[in-house]
Design a protein around this ligand. Structure first.
Ligand SMILES: [Zn+2]
Length: 235
């Protein structure tokens, strides 16, 4: 595949280039050990269950996750033949991306090559979370993106994360690298912050995605998405 222009739906968890609306990534060669990490991440993802109360909670925030459990996510990726590969990114702080190929409808989930040797269990689970998020972007199969779409897909990260925590209690404790601090461990805290305001979540999403429109055809803006857009406009 040639260098893929990544649509603005892609910047994740801290893309400064998100402000420019575009980042670049291209697949890199993946050795068998690295392929093994991706395969193990998919195996873990396939088994993960979402907590029903968590799903109801997300809905109460105006968020609609695109999948009901990990098995649906993996089935979707397989049925649509969406490959998962490591890629070299124009922004080292972007964890993962959905690349659209030049041929219409072709999509690839790219994981930043900086994680290609991240083979500890928590890192493999983190890779699974990133795959879940990108699968959400792939599912609507359009090039438009919005604050609401990001909220819906960030919720997938969080649902998968909490499913793993339930399966492996304490697995994420003491994980303080950038990957965890700025993504994996951050969003669950922000989504489940006590109280109705969710100020931390809104501030964070506004900072990363506030330049996008509040909603789009397939992801109509919730009250929260509109409030996040307002934060961006007054900033
Ligand atoms: Zn995203």
């Amino acid at each position: 595949m040639r260098i893929a222009a990544i649509s603005s739906s892609c910047p994740h968890f801290g893309a400064r280039d998100a402000l420019k609306g575009i980042i670049y990534a291209r697949p890199v060669k993946t050795d068998p050990a690295q392929r093994g990490i991706i395969d193990e991440a998919l195996d873990e993802l396939e088994d993960v269950e979402f907590n029903k109360t968590d799903v109801m909670y997300m809905r109460s925030l105006g968020i609609t996750p695109a999948f009901n459990d990990g098995e649906e996510i993996v089935d979707f990726l397989e049925e649509n033949e969406i490959p998962i590969q490591y890629g070299r990114f124009s922004d080292k702080d972007v964890h993962a991306c959905l690349a659209r190929g030049e041929e219409e409808g072709t999509r690839t989930v790219l994981i930043n090559e900086r994680y290609k040797n991240a083979s500890s269990k928590p890192e493999i689970l983190a890779t699974a979370e990133a795959i879940a998020h990108e699968a959400g972007h792939a599912k609507d199969n359009d090039t438009s993106n919005s604050i609401q779409e990001e909220l819906d897909n960030l919720a997938l990260n969080v649902l998968v994360h909490r499913g793993f925590e339930n399966k492996y209690p304490g697995i994420y404790q003491g994980q303080n690298s950038f990957l965890f601090r700025e993504g994996v461990n951050l969003y669950p805290k922000l989504f489940f912050e006590f109280g109705a305001d969710k100020t931390g979540l809104k501030d964070r999403v506004s900072e990363k995605y506030g330049h996008m429109k509040a909603g789009d055809d397939k992801h109509p803006a919730s009250k929260m998405a509109n409030e996040i857009k307002q934060l961006d406009l007054i900033a």
